[in-house]
Ligand binder design. Structure first.
Ligand SMILES: [Zn+2]
Length: 369
């Protein structure tokens, strides 16, 4: 590198100041792992950024990197497409992008959804008719909640939970869009809240979003698969708080929809909406099984790139839908919002269409056996 180029600095974007591991080889910057969200200062002309992807890069390959010039507005730059800079797949199949503009560049493997985004949402929707915001709080962790509809003690309660995996940010952006849609479309909000209270959690663990771990940062600082702790006796604080609210709604037979929003990044080209057919001793049969299939179809109607799945079993024990079916024989749903050749607009359209679709469904009673 030339004199000037040696001034390249890599700064972790988040408060922790921790950077993912990387090395500099000539004019190439190699990240050894992902996810990451960094700021590159004083980028030399011609710098190539390479990512050593997990699992052959399936999750990033058809997505690209999120690139910003100001740390605020991100664009997706595919690894194999000409954009403002040339891009290429290197021989050893690492994913790379070459930058031909200097200055500062923010780079992320998922369109960042952090505390900033939450605070922006909180301020933008403050005072909108019908929305209440509050925090669930345990130990030093908080879960911000957006709630719609007067609770008369009898209405159904719908739950939409995003950010169980902190870096699956496409889900957070979809949840964020659902809240904005309910704040701005009075007809939709009235229709939904006539018979239901709608509880939306746009980010289960804002704390974890500021840490380098991919999913959830446990109290002792370890990265764990937090979404799969629903089945544990004592889940980490955030999951425990949400689970308590959901279980209260089950015990009073008021649960309507429970939908979790995840994102398997670009591993698959579609956003898969899923319910499971069985867990433990419990199995959906007959009319309830038919109803579930119909709801899957209704939930994904006109949602861009959406598909549905209705597998016999859940792929992982302890996830919300597995735990709730096993313990209570309850039907719940999950969508993995894809980042395959996707953009911010796509995440927003996904959330907007999902909440409109939820507003079209009136009978949720087969959720219970
Ligand atoms: Zn997930």
């Amino acid at each position: 590198m030339s004199q000037k180029e040696t001034q390249l600095e890599i700064i972790h974007h988040f408060d922790s100041g921790i950077c993912p591991s990387y090395e500099v080889q000539g004019d190439t910057l190699i990240f050894q792992s992902h996810p990451f969200n960094v700021c590159l200062r004083n980028v030399p002309d011609g710098l190539t950024v390479r990512v050593a992807p997990r699992e052959g890069g399936r999750d990033l390959h058809m997505q690209g990197l999120m690139v910003s010039r100001n740390g605020l507005d991100y664009k997706t730059i595919p690894f194999q497409e000409e954009y403002a800079f040339s891009t290429r797949m290197t021989k050893d199949k690492r994913l790379s992008i070459q930058f031909h503009q200097g200055g500062d560049i923010w780079l992320a493997t998922a369109y960042p959804y952090s505390r900033n985004a939450l605070e922006q949402l909180m301020c933008d929707t403050h005072g909108a008719p019908g929305v209440r915001t509050y925090l669930l709080r345990r130990e030093h962790r908080v879960v911000p909640v957006f709630e719609f509809g007067e609770d008369d003690g009898n209405k159904m309660i719908h739950f939409v939970v995003a950010g169980e995996c902190a870096w699956e940010t496409a889900g957070q952006w979809a949840g964020d869009a659902m809240i904005r849609e309910l704040c701005s479309d009075q007809t939709l909000s009235d229709r939904l809240t006539k018979n239901a209270v709608v509880v939306i959690v746009p980010h289960t663990s804002p704390f974890s979003a500021t840490m380098p771990s991919g999913g959830y940062t446990a109290l002792e600082g370890k990265s764990i698969y937090g979404a799969a702790t629903w089945g544990q006796e004592t889940p980490p604080p955030e999951y425990a708080l949400i689970r308590e609210k959901v279980e209260e709604a089950i015990q009073s037979r008021r649960l309507g929809l429970l939908l979790t929003l995840h994102s398997y990044k670009a591993q698959r080209p579609t956003s898969s909406m899923e319910a499971i057919q069985s867990a433990g001793e419990n199995e959906l049969t007959g009319a309830r099984s038919e109803w579930t299939k119909q709801i899957l179809e209704k939930l994904i109607k006109d949602v861009p790139k959406a598909s549905m799945a209705f597998p016999k079993k859940c792929w992982h024990e302890g996830l919300a839908r597995e735990y709730l079916m096993r313990k209570y024989n309850i039907v719940t749903f999950r969508i993995e919002v894809t980042t395959y050749q996707s953009s911010m607009e796509f995440f927003q359209q996904t959330g907007q269409q999902l909440i409109r679709n939820i507003g079209q469904i009136t009978d949720w009673s087969p959720v219970f056996p």
